[in-house]
Design a binder for this molecule. Structure first.
Ligand code: NOJ
Length: 559
């Protein structure tokens, strides 16, 4: 086998499971591994190739499992390592793969490495960033992603430690070769046990400017962004990890990289550089953040979204590889954010999916997206569980920087909890997710939006996704085709072509609730046109105006 592997992930579709909200088998209100195992046939029916499991490791649960206290075990709330083995086998038997979430920019402050480091254990002393304060304050002016300063003073060690997220998530010091070796060991441990790869949490944060200098005030997290991410040793650390862990193994690696540029991503994902299969970039999902950050959203500018995604399509078109996503556990539901979760919920969910899945790259489906699950529409802060949301609310409202009503409006639109309400399996109380009390409320609309109803309805969003996934297997142009944008200035229509091996795919999507004429030349219509998929009845000609939220895909060229 060549070192770079077979690149099976290029023709794959990945399904992300957020375990606490997927399926609860024991009635404690929290999803678990046996619950996932019970739903493997559902995933198989959808046709996805890979499951990415958000963290299931032992954790104090300050940031819903992204604060890990033991990298090589399963948190009892989710089950046991034996359950994990059964999940692995169940997926493999059905021809699916299992990708784990590797969260190694930081650990939990209850991880034994941190406990030893704080106590000054010579072995672990430099596993984290410890610095004396500057005057009465922290060592520099960096702010944390989850509000407040990025440094917390520790009385035991009598120093400050760095945490780019919450104080309970101290950053590991990757400058220390022993840290890197320890991380490599963890990763090898899971691959040896049968995992098929990793999603690597905020992996571009692992290299920081070694001087840890003050940063300018810019953007959402400007206080640290300039010096704390994409640091000088990032490529070296990733390449070293590739050599130590991934070389010779046929795995998928996707590095989550807020603030990564197209040019940087191309270097990270060019196979010859031996770093990562692909990265998650953030440019497109940050476009609707307003001057006050993500909780101050502004309407989506479709022209800007097309320009952004188009640059990534072209920029990683012949070197490197794209990941494709609108949803994950950190983003509000796309049908509410970009689509219309009222009158055109079904049409708009299908239109968004079609736009994304026909692009060049590996599509990711976040649990419930295939049902058109919507934002939670919770207007009471007591119903929220997410640390980032609660911190933001506390800071903004308590300090009077924003009035409570405005703060709640931003939270209702953008909170991560929108994605974290329980998976809607059926119309029964608690949506079939649990027999107990769910850790976060079930969306009332489960009586209408649920998997049971969607599987039974051949016109459902679920079956549209199933067909999109199937098409990827049938048409190499979807995997390999060259991307070319169309109608770049049109404020409503998202259109492009993909071309490969004499065939052209024409993707047309109306991102609005009004009819949209297509100002395109008939020359674009190639020989033997056939419509591969659509969310309205087939029109009598390829370039017929698009009906509200209509999306359709035409293929030209030899059968
Ligand atoms: C990114 C993860 O996706 C998010 O959920 C988490 O809070 C942060 N990284 C910190 O680990």
């Amino acid at each position: 086998m060549p070192d770079a592997g077979t690149e099976w992930w290029k023709s794959s579709v990945v399904y992300q499971i957020y375990p606490s909200s997927f399926n609860d088998s024991d009635g404690d209100g929290i999803g678990d591994l046996p619950g996932i195992i019970d739903k493997l046939d559902y995933l198989h029916l959808l046709g996805v190739d890979v499951v990415w499991l958000s963290p299931v490791y032992p954790s104090p649960w300050d940031d819903n499992g992204y604060d890990i206290s033991d990298y090589t075990d399963i948190d009892p709330r989710f089950g046991t390592l034996q359950d994990w083995d059964r999940l692995r086998d169940g997926l493999h038997e059905r021809g699916m793969r299992l990708v784990m979430d590797l969260v190694v920019n930081h650990t939990s402050d209850r991880h034994p490495w941190f406990t030893a480091s704080r106590a000054g254990d010579p072995d672990k002393e430099d596993f984290y960033f410890w610095r004396p304060g500057r005057g009465d304050g922290p060592p520099n002016n960096w702010g944390a992603v989850f509000s407040g300063p990025a440094w917390t003073r520790d009385d035991e060690r009598d120093e400050y430690y760095l945490h780019l997220f919450s104080p309970s998530q101290p950053d590991l010091n990757w400058e220390n070769p022993n840290v890197r070796a320890a991380v490599h060991e963890v990763a090898r441990w899971w691959l040896d046990r049968g995992a098929d790869g990793f999603r690597m949490d905020v992996i571009n944060f692992i290299s920081k400017n070694p001087k840890l200098p003050d940063g300018p005030m810019i953007g959402d997290h400007g206080l640290f962004a300039e010096h704390a991410i994409n640091g000088p040793r990032l490529h070296e650390f990733l390449h070293e990890m590739y050599q130590a862990v991934f070389a010779g193994r046929d795995v998928l690696t996707v590095g989550e990289m807020p603030g990564v540029s197209v040019e940087q991503a191309r270097v990270h994902t060019t196979p010859a550089n031996r770093e990562l299969s692909m990265v998650f970039q953030f440019e497109h999902v940050d476009l609707d953040h307003g001057p006050g950050g993500k909780f101050d959203p502004r309407p989506l500018d479709l022209v800007a979204l097309k320009a952004s995604l188009g640059r990534w399509q072209t920029g990683l078109g012949d070197r490197g590889w794209n990941s494709l996503y609108f949803n994950n556990h950190d983003q509000p539901r796309s049908v509410s954010r970009y689509g219309d979760d009222g009158r055109y919920r079904v049409e708009s969910a299908k239109a968004l999916a079609t736009t994304l899945h026909m692009m060049h790259g590996t599509p990711y489906v976040y649990q419930g997206e295939e049902l058109g699950m919507t934002n939670a529409h919770m207007d009471d802060i007591a119903d929220y569980r997410d640390l980032e949301t609660l911190n933001h609310h506390r800071l903004m409202v308590a300090t009077g920087r924003i009035d409570a009503r405005t703060a709640m409006a931003g939270i209702a639109r953008m909170s991560r909890d929108n994605a974290r309400t329980p998976m809607q399996w059926d119309a029964s109380p608690q949506a079939g997710f649990t027999t107990g009390t769910p850790w976060i409320g079930v969306n009332d609309n489960h009586t209408e939006i649920n998997a049971e109803a969607a599987v039974a309805d051949p016109d459902s969003i679920f079956h549209h996704y199933r067909r999109l996934i199937e098409l990827r297997k049938e048409h190499p142009v979807i995997v390999h085709g060259r991307y070319a944008p169309l109608l770049e200035e049109d404020p409503r229509v998202f259109a492009y072509t993909r071309t490969f091996d004499g065939r052209t795919l024409l993707v047309l999507a109306n991102w609005s609730g009004e009819e949209a004429p297509l100002e395109l030349s008939e020359d674009l219509v190639g020989p033997d046109p056939r419509m591969l998929i659509g969310n309205h009845p087939e029109p009598d000609r390829v370039l017929a105006p698009l009906r509200p939220w209509e999306a359709r895909v035409h293929l030209f060229g030899p059968e």
